[in-house]
Design a protein. Sequence first.
Length: 328
Amino acid sequence: MVYPIREENAVIQSEVKLSGTLTVPIGTEDIFPAVLIIPGSGGSDRDGNSPKFKMGIYKDLAEFLTGLGFVTLRYDKRGTHQSEGDAYTRGFRDLADDATAALRYLKRHPKVDENKTIILGHSEGAQLSPAVYVKEPAAGVILLCGGAMPMQEITNWQRQQAYDSLNQLGGFKGWLIRTLHATEKAKKTNAKFDEKLLNSTKEIMRVAGRKFPAKWLREFYQYDVCADLRQITCPVLTIAGDKDWQVPLAASEQVIPAVSGEAELHVIKDMTHILKCWPGIMDAANTLKIYKQLFEEPLAKEFLNCLSSWLGDHFMTKNIDSKQIVGK
């Protein structure tokens, strides 16, 4: 059985009002398990779209999950799109509070079994999910492309990928970078930035003349994700892609020994950070270019199969033909 779905508008009251979308299975009077989708970083909307990057990954994910028989909730982050607040002054704790408010809203929905709610976090959302669980426990946690590595370590890893990519460039551009010692200078600049950030209390800083949300990054740097992971006792699913060039695989691998409950990790062949597959070569120099080529591609089938299998083992009570949905 594949459920037809209906979308509903949601207004979530946190410190500010957040605007979201519920997807609800229809055609039955049953109540359902539910999934809260906590998005990644950046200014994309609840569907995963921004003006230049129309990925739609959260809308696609919500529709897939609701077809399986789950109510889902996704939302615009504080200070973006239809949600209230200021994107430049929000911090880690603000985002965690907002996600917690969204989870409580979801639990109160009349079509939701509040004892079968699941936190699903992608990228930045995977970092936020343990903090949300500690505030408002759930029956399951799904971490996509991240989870157990401190944000400063992830940032340093990302920078190193960029340095390595620059150093491997050929031709005149590569010669110029090496001659001018560009990567060494970038390392010193980034180290100075981190020191200034951590020694500041400002919500907003200026970087190269542009506003930067200092509170956001500083609080993520200071957050001990492993301390909260140790408090998770429910089943945990962690999924990573072997072509994720934004978050290292170790961030997902370290979830398994960190949590206190049952946990499993799946690494999806060719899957990128945006949950879509790329069969070719990928590195830090061509990531955005590749993402643009993947906009019209579906979510990775192996990823969806893994997701539906785990959900079926833990939360589904009816025979859902997940392969039919994945093959749409």
